[in-house]
Design a protein around this ligand. Structure first.
Ligand SMILES: N[C@@H](CCC(=O)N[C@@H](CS)C(=O)NCC(=O)O)C(=O)O
Length: 218
């Protein structure tokens, strides 16, 4: 179902792009955040699991995953790849994907962490506890603990993950960290991480991902 809410997204007129996602997918959420922050018009199509299994959807993404972004005839898959495209295509001189070599490398590092430790730590724990998906919650909790300890130390004395301003690194890592308590991962021991989440939430046009039942105190 295509959803456009003109009241909530007043700047989003004449969409040329369509984002396929679900409201509780952190992978789709990071793309939606960037579309909003770049003030790019887009239509939103919900693609829950039964839709993702259809032949029509598999033509868009043979891996059967969301998010998918279409921009005219162009079809792009993978959240981090989509974000890189959006910045390079529509906001090349913005700070979201810095050109400076060290900052560029730092952003790539955090995109890799988002696809690695974040996916197999906090996101996997949430998938196991919220949807009973075949993930190992004990292993996921171990990976999450290692990641969050590292993030907390890394963010000491820093405002954002990869540069002095917010970059794609912050958008990629936000949702599955913010929603870690839904997978039984408490953020209480990580004050620098919680302060960073608040800074991301304070960015213009931020939109929260809907909350699921907490499995542990925040
Ligand atoms: N590397 C992909 C992973 C996306 C992903 O795992 N999406 C989940 C929803 S959050 C999905 O579609 N899972 C269905 C499946 O893997 O069959 C990305 O960053 O977009």
């Amino acid at each position: 179902m295509a959803c456009l809410n003109p009241q909530e997204t007043p700047f989003m007129n004449t969409p040329t792009m369509t984002l396929y996602g679900t409201p509780t997918s952190g992978h789709a959420h990071r793309v939606e955040l960037l579309l909003r922050m770049l003030e790019l018009p887009y239509a939103y199509v919900e693609a829950p699991a039964p839709v993702r299994r259809t032949a029509e959807f598999r033509k868009l993404n043979p891996l059967g995953q969301i998010p998918v972004l279409t921009d005219g005839e162009l079809v792009l898959c993978d959240s981090n790849a989509i974000m890189v495209y959006l910045v390079k295509r529509y906001a090349p001189d913005s700070g979201w994907l810095p050109a400076e070599p060290v900052a560029a490398a730092q952003v790539q590092r955090w995109l890799a962490i988002a696809a690695g430790e974040l996916r197999y730590g906090p996101a996997a724990a949430r998938m196991a506890l919220q949807w009973g998906m075949p993930e190992d919650p004990v292993r996921a909790a171990e990976i999450a603990d290692r990641l969050l300890r590292f993030m907390d130390a890394h963010l000491t004395g820093r405002s954002f993950l990869a540069a002095e301003q917010a970059t794609l690194a912050d958008l990629a890592c936000y949702a599955y960290v913010a929603h870690a308590p839904e997978g039984g991962i408490s953020l209480a021991p990580f004050p620098q991480v919680r302060a960073w989440l608040a800074r991301v939430e304070a960015l213009p046009r931020f939109k929260a991902m809907p909350a699921l039942p907490l499995k542990v105190g925040v």
